[in-house]
Design a protein around this ligand. Structure first.
Ligand SMILES: Cc1ncc(COP(=O)(O)O)c(C=O)c1O
Length: 392
């Protein structure tokens, strides 16, 4: 796309292909090359575009500009994983500060607070972010709360958080609203437009889309926060390397296509699952009677591509996972291939059982990340595995 074109007029699917700095200035190559360089020759003292790979790299820069474009941020930052993105953002805070954590944040996010940042007196408190009154009460009670971290849909029960509502409360008390937008991707949801200050992604999931790269992205709305993150990114150094930056840009080009197909497949499977006797409950914000259905429709362009469900105890869970042929029993989500997992022993194992029970992550809960395969093949795979796993 020509350099002088107006990107702010482009729609999300076009931005996935042409956002950021999508062409190489030097050669005109329609893809940014992999600048596999750790340092850069400087023309003279203090005169350079890039200086040192940790501080900046042209391939990573192109990805970071694209990330900012995708969520209408002033800046984007790329990290070596979702967790390094989250950890770097948390280093903006200081000892004595407290962060509110939505009760069903990703287990790894809970773990860095509970076992690592707590050692440095960065405190946390759990809140049900779906309940705005409860959120406001927490802010009222404690002046040390400097931010709230939420996910919507929240993992693994796909509960919907009112991002605009939470952002408004955080702002009222001079705090930040940080959204982990991994489950939606920028194509379906743009937290900064809803009032959040920082949006974080495990780009390992939908943005990469092929389960072949570990990466994290941070997008911010405000220049002063961007300056802080830039400083921390360079100081800590958990940056995304050039090859992985390139892989991620390649993945993002097809984000809209993949998401459209994955969301449609998920809607189909969610409706099918709830028709089965073996399935006790289905959690998917695309189902009209789901509690978050209306809210999600207002704040996002789709209900995402993860569905969770509880299967009856008549089934042996391990047998069910073993009998699946197409759907892989594996951690992670968001790839073109369907993946299934057991949250209480996998993604949420690092969360204490008492909290798991409190939030409803029971042992018969299963989480399915739906890929781009043919939906009938996915359905058949689930049916045969259920049939083969009934306890004798
Ligand atoms: C919602 C969410 N946030 C953050 C992470 C951490 O990302 P990564 O595995 O890329 O470090 C994950 C990983 O599964 C996740 O699901």
């Amino acid at each position: 796309m020509r350099k002088d074109s107006k990107k702010d007029k482009l729609r999300a699917d076009t931005l996935c292909v042409h956002g950021g700095n999508s062409e190489d200035d030097v050669t005109g190559a329609v893809n940014i090359p992999i600048y596999q360089a750790a340092t850069f020759r400087q023309a003279e003292m203090g005169k350079f575009t890039f200086e040192y790979g940790r501080t900046g790299n042209p391939t990573r820069k192109a990805l970071e500009l694209l990330a900012a474009d995708l969520e209408n941020g002033v800046a984007g930052f790329a990290f070596s994983s979702g967790m390094s993105a989250i950890s770097t953002v948390l280093l903006m805070f200081k000892a004595g500060d407290k962060i509110l954590l939505s009760q069903d944040v990703y287990g790894g996010t809970f773990r860095i607070f509970d076992e690592i940042f707590s050692k440095f007196n960065l405190f946390y408190e759990i809140v049900d972010a779906c309940n705005l009154d409860e959120v406001e009460k927490k802010f009222l009670k404690d002046k040390n709360i400097k931010a709230i971290i939420v996910e919507s849909p929240a993992n693994p029960l796909l509960r919907i958080v009112d991002i605009a509502g939470v952002s408004k409360i955080a702002k009222k008390y001079g705090s930040l609203c940080i959204v982990d937008n991994t489950f939606m991707s920028p194509y379906l949801q743009k937290p900064l437009d809803l009032g959040a200050d920082i949006s974080i992604h495990s780009a390992t999931k939908y943005l990469g889309g092929h389960s072949d790269v570990l990466a994290g992205l941070v997008m911010v709305k405000d220049k002063s926060i961007a300056d802080k993150i830039l400083f921390l990114q360079n100081s800590i150094g958990a940056v995304l390397e050039p090859f992985d930056s390139w892989l991620l840009m390649r993945g993002i080009k097809t984000l809209a296509l993949r998401m459209d197909r994955q969301v449609a497949n998920t809607q189909y499977l969610a409706e099918f699952l709830r028709s089965l006797d073996s399935v006790e409950e289905v959690f998917y914000p695309g189902l009209k009677d789901n509690k978050g259905y209306e809210l999600n429709k207002r704040q996002a362009k789709g209900a995402g591509a993860v569905v969770s469900f509880k299967i009856s105890n008549r089934h042996n869970f391990n047998e069910f996972f073993k009998k699946l042929n197409i759907i892989a029993f594996a951690e992670s989500l968001g790839g073109v291939e369907s993946l299934i997992c057991h949250p209480s022993t996998m993604t949420h194992a690092s969360m204490p059982k008492a909290i798991r029970d409190l939030v409803g992550i029971t042992d018969n809960l299963i989480r399915l990340s739906v890929g781009i395969e043919n939906k009938e093949d996915l359905k058949d795979d689930i049916v045969q595995a259920l049939e083969a796993s009934v306890s004798k």
